[in-house]
Design a protein around this ligand. Structure first.
Ligand code: PMP
Length: 352
């Protein structure tokens, strides 16, 4: 190793799901929405004033913050936006997790959490899910430097009831608790009402899944005004202009179309429930999912073999080699009904 390399911050990065270049595929591997963004988004794009791109965008991202706050009955001061929830979560880690005590998250969860913890040198402990892939609140009743978990959890899709979340927060009033609600719009119950009661609670949500805007990169945090201010201060110490002008205008249009958003979510929920019955018929088992994916294992054929066969047929799903406990599972994003019909037609033939 060269001497300058000794002073380099070395990290093992997060591996995002594959974005194949081929067009003729069925893409069920990164939990994207199969439906297009709201019609108002297309209108906003068409009427965008490109001359305005000469200027820096509003560093406070006010139009987007306001549109989100309105949707949830919050004050603008309780919302923070960023470049996807990955961005807002990374800033929240940097701002909120500064103790010598370990932060806690589930052993099977979003695989970015340990990457940020390592990046920022935050000690952490993984709390095991139970045999049904559920978060057990008692695991979080111990000294710690902060808590984060997704609800529904990823990649399992399993939902933790609100009463259990509240019990975790109640026992952890002296640290920040982050609930990552990337998938909550597909039938989960948001912990947002608890923000009024607990000033140490942060909710993270995203436009990437339920609002069909993964490509635009918009995520947000909701929480107590004081906590949001601390997070903004860190953002302004890093990059004032995280949100580009296009994201602000298109994000506002997406946030404002509540009817379209609800319609897309209910179509995905309906397809998911039908997909569950098809999975069962074909010999798969899974815990109940309240997200836009199902985490399945087959009673006979190893996950890697199914994964490879699907990939060769141009159908992409997600397989995690580690941890060992989930290496025989596949995470299948819910696509359109037509895409899912093709997916199951392939499986039916393959598993014969
Ligand atoms: N949290 C969880 C649990 C996720 O699965 C994802 C998607 N990879 C994210 C956050 C980040 O999503 P985005 O940055 O697209 O908002």
């Amino acid at each position: 190793m060269k001497s300058w390399e000794e002073n380099i911050r070395k990290v093992v990065p997060y591996t995002p799901g594959e974005q194949p270049k081929r067009k003729d595929i069925i893409k069920l591997n990164t939990n994207e929405n199969p439906y297009p963004p709201a019609p108002g988004v297309i209108d906003a794009l068409r009427s965008m004033n490109t001359d305005g791109l000469r200027r820096y965008p509003d560093p406070a991202a006010s139009i987007l913050v306001h549109a989100i706050a309105e949707q949830y009955g919050l004050d603008d001061s309780q919302v923070f936006v960023g470049v996807g929830s990955d961005d807002v979560l990374a800033i929240a880690f940097l701002t909120c997790f500064n103790s010598d005590k370990p932060i806690l998250f589930p052993d099977i969860t979003y695989s970015f959490y340990d990457v940020w913890a390592n990046l920022y040198r935050i000690p952490f402990e993984r709390i095991p899910l139970n045999g049904r892939f559920e978060i057990e609140k008692e695991g979080y009743f111990r000294e710690n430097g902060g808590i984060i978990f997704p609800n529904p959890n990823a990649p399992t899709g399993v939902l933790l009831p609100l009463a259990e979340i509240e019990a975790i927060i109640e026992r952890n009033r002296d640290v920040v608790v982050i609930v990552d609600e990337a998938y909550v719009d597909f039938g989960g119950e948001s912990a947002l009402p608890l923000v009024r009661k607990y000033d140490n609670l942060l909710i993270a949500q995203t436009f990437s899944k339920s609002r069909s805007m993964a490509g635009m990169r918009i995520g947000y945090l909701m929480g107590n005004e004081k906590l949001i201010k601390y997070i903004s201060d860190v953002k302004y110490s890093f990059n004032s202009y995280t949100m580009n002008q296009t994201a602000l205008e298109l994000g506002k249009a997406a946030a404002e179309d509540r009817a379209y958003f609800e319609e897309c979510c209910s179509r995905i929920i309906e397809t998911r429930e039908w997909a569950k019955s098809r999975f069962r018929e074909l010999g798969f088992s899974f815990e109940d999912s309240k997200s836009n994916f199902v985490f399945v294992t087959h009673d006979r054929v190893p996950a890697v073999e199914i994964f490879t066969a699907l990939s060769e047929a141009g159908i992409f799903v997600r397989h995690f080699r580690s941890p060992e406990r989930i290496s025989n599972y596949l995470r299948v994003t819910i696509g359109t009904k037509e895409e899912m019909e093709q997916f199951f037609a392939f499986l039916e033939n393959y598993l014969k």
